[in-house]
Design a protein around this ligand. Sequence first.
Ligand code: SF4
Ligand code: SF4
Length: 106
Amino acid sequence: MQNRVPKTCKRCGKCCLADANAYITDEDRKRWKKEGRTDILQMLEREHAIWAGDHLISSENGRYLHGCIFLAYENNQYVCKIYETRPKTCRDYEPGSSEICPQFRK
Ligand code: SF4
Ligand code: SF4
């Protein structure tokens, strides 16, 4: 059996280049409701990503979106604005586990 060394996330944001509505589940929504995270639920209700030909824009105000509406760029790295309660799909994603991640090695 091979020892698998966990890869470190480089905060490049590439695995977050998607519309949140595509991977957020009813379970995530129920959890946020229970946690009182109406801020997240309201944000999802009023804003989603729209494909504008070659990039994503916000449905709320047309601002350029670099993927998920919860993705932000701070201090030279990408961060998740809801990291502590991010969707299960995001929690389950392991750095380097698919080709989208620069840490991926065949
Ligand atoms: S693509 Fe990989 S390195 Fe980049 S943010 Fe996602 S997990 Fe981290
Ligand atoms: S919720 Fe956070 S971790 Fe998940 S895709 Fe959006 S920014 Fe990335």
